[in-house]
Write a protein that binds this ligand. Sequence first.
Ligand code: ADP
Ligand code: ZN
Length: 288
Amino acid sequence: MKLGAIEAGGTKFVCAIGDEEGSIFEKIVIPTEAPEITMPKVYEFFKGKGIERMGVGSFGPIDLNEKAGTYGQIQKTPKIDWIGFPLADSLSEKLGVPVTVDTDVNVAALSESRWGNATDVDTCLYITVGTGIGAGAVVNGQTLKGLSHPEMGHIGVRRHEEDSFSGACPYHQDCLEGMASGPAIEARWGKAGVELSEDPRVWEIEAHYLAQALVNYIYIISPERIIMGGGVMQQTHLFDLIRKKVVEMLNGYVSSPRLTEENINEYIVPPGLTNEAGVKGALGLAMK
Ligand code: ADP
Ligand code: ZN
């Protein structure tokens, strides 16, 4: 079956035609401008190609409540041209196929669970630490949704005792994203993370916040694996700092062989997929 897939990001739309196996036959990259400019190019690419279903992994926030009349609509976003744009409805009307939409991070989790570093488990969590912090989850093979989609980047965190930074989230100030995103690191230390590799204080504080978040996700979702991606995780030494703190913070409370000092390396891991993760995940979504 031919499927359509879109990775709809803040800077570009990656559109692809592929199949259930995750094979991609054709791909195009379209810059994200206003919907009136971007979307006609998207429709044009897919028209007449014989796709039967479509999956879209989108920037957000986006309405994912299938019971609401506004399913697949972009919500409040800094990209003001897109506020209220009916992404799912416009695609299904123009192309005449069913369209399933999910968040970029849920789609990344799905992609890792089908083709990446979580193919051997049923429940996994994907977190990206970049310009923002967002996480998605696959629970028993399905992406996690409810009222709309989870906002795991904005949970509260306990402050590090040596950290006096006020926080960078415009909504909550010192939430996880406000304390640990790439821009938060830059605002706290006056330099971008990439230039701070050698300063252990930076990563001690960063790991303190990220480990707390993972511990909370472990308590609430009980994932069988956690995948960490995004620009900040390019500091690969962070992985061991986070793993160590997660084991310490859990303090043996959750009994699982996956959460021991010996096995935590295989529990908290980098992504297995790189450049095609977004569109491949969107193919996975189209199959539902
Ligand atoms: P986005 O979140 O916009 O999709 P990224 O995941 O690349 O993009 O995140 C960008 C953020 O990650 C920036 O704040 C940048 O400073 C930070 N970042 C990118 N590369 C690195 C690196 N090697 N080390 C530390 N921080 C980085
Ligand atoms: Zn916040």
